[in-house]
Design a protein around this ligand. Structure first.
Ligand code: PA5
Length: 415
């Protein structure tokens, strides 16, 4: 199970938590809650088959999507590394011509396929990127070949992408009706790119399931780490700590932090309320934001995401002959991982002394099963935390504002 510990007194109101959890269970968008048990097996084997096809005929899989349609699988791939000769690339998550140009250059003349991922099927950024990649596919493979190389992950019944996929005969995968984008990483949204990248998705789902099963076995809700984390956040918000920094000492978890920011930011930032989610990578950011954290405004609390056993690789600080020219003789033979752990301990103590409430989320390792458990932990705590602060965890009405302005400025009919 994912472990949570904190220096904060948390007063858990079990009745309130029970009511919030029951509202989440009854919400039509709570499909992610049962997903590790309920996964559509037929679709799962179709995903594996498609991944095999892509790995056989493509050097690159271009995953086109934005927000919840790309951050989850990118987070897992960045954390574990790509383990396949077919590399997953990401497009449609910005409107930058430079980014698109870089992708085109990287692909060059190599064989590639496209996974267009959009639940609504109408999001502008991925839709525009899809056009560019369709054009490239059409030039290289013709209409029939193009259709065979496009995999569309979208709503089962509606949206422009759904209609196009049927008309053109693309292989289709479904984002279930009862799961929103940012909770969708364990559906086809994440599973197809992950399988192509060589990630063991069975182990990922098993990790999520064991986290879910551990919660179900617990008779006292207050002992569930995800409940403790959600309650701690609500308690700190009441004390005017309105910014949470997710910190990690593992740079490979940078995209887990990006996914976490989207999950919590889009779920909680409503009605002019919500904790602002920010992130840092240590020790890098101790030399950039470290000063602010230690002595700046005291509205911040910090959650350190720790990997207990980050990997099999470690290095001893080399012993060099001669005088102690760099002043590091005292570290000779110390393991780098050990020094990283000591930096973590030192930082936590310094920040607590400086007046920052610091908590720790510990995952056992950097593996598929640990990441599956972590995903479930965060989705569960996020939905609960949003409910406890009185907002709907599953909508994102505010995202429309920039879109409407952009459509108006671009002259889209009707805007
Ligand atoms: O979490 C969400 O619902 C959003 O971040 C969406 O994933 C994002 O806006 C992309 O939407 P769509 O998949 O419909 O293109």
């Amino acid at each position: 199970m994912i472990n949570f510990s904190t220096d904060q007194p948390i007063a858990i109101n079990l009745n309130q938590v029970e009511v919030a959890l029951s509202e989440i269970r009854n919400d039509p968008m709570s499909g992610w809650l049962e997903l590790p048990d309920d996964y559509n097996c037929a679709e799962f084997s179709a995903i594996k088959k498609a991944a095999e096809q892509i790995r056989g005929d493509s050097k690159f899989l271009v995953c086109i999507g934005i927000g919840g349609s790309y951050l989850g699988h990118r987070a897992i791939i960045e954390a574990l590394g790509q383990k396949s000769s077919t590399r997953v690339l990401y497009a449609g998550n910005s409107l930058s011509p430079r980014s698109l140009d870089k992708l085109f250059n990287e692909i060059g003349d190599a064989d590639f396929s496209v996974n267009i991922i959009s639940k609504s099927g109408t999001t502008t950024e991925p839709a525009i990127a899809f056009r560019f990649f369709k054009e490239k596919l059409l030039k290289k493979y013709g209409r029939e070949g193009t259709a065979k190389r496009i995999y569309a992950t979208t709503d089962a019944n509606k949206g422009a992408l759904h209609g196009e996929a049927i008309q053109e005969g693309y292989t289709r995968f479904v984002v279930p009706d009862n799961i929103g984008g940012r909770y969708s990483v364990l559906t086809a949204v994440g599973l197809l790119p992950l399988t192509v990248a060589g990630i063991n998705v069975d182990a990922l789902l098993t990790g999520a399931k064991s986290e879910k099963d551990d919660y179900a076995k617990e008779s006292n809700l207050g002992n569930i780490p995800a409940v403790q984390y959600a309650t701690m956040r609500a308690t700190l918000l009441q004390q005017k700590y309105d910014t949470e920094i997710l910190a990690t000492f593992e740079p490979d978890l940078q995209y887990i932090e990006e996914w976490w920011k989207q999950l919590f930011g889009e779920s909680e930032g409503k009605n002019h309320q919500g904790i602002f989610p920010a992130s840092v990578i240590y020790t890098t950011d101790l030399h950039s934001l470290g000063q602010y954290l230690q002595e700046g405004r005291r509205n911040i609390f910090e959650t350190v995401l720790t990997v207990e056993h980050p990997g099999l690789v470690d290095f001893a600080v080399p012993t060099l002959p001669g005088a102690d020219v760099d002043g590091l003789k005292y570290l000779e033979d110390r393991m780098l991982g050990d020094i990283n752990n000591i930096a973590r301990e030192a930082t936590i103590t310094a920040h607590r002394t400086g007046g920052i409430p610091v908590s720790e989320i510990t995952m056992p390792g950097l593996s598929e099963s640990s990441l599956g458990a972590l995903i479930y932990f965060f989705e569960y705590s996020c939905a609960l935390s949003a409910k406890l602060s009185g907002v709907n965890p599953f909508d994102q009405p505010g995202v429309e504002a920039y879109k409407n302005n952009m459509f108006h400025l671009l002259g889209k009919p009707g805007f």
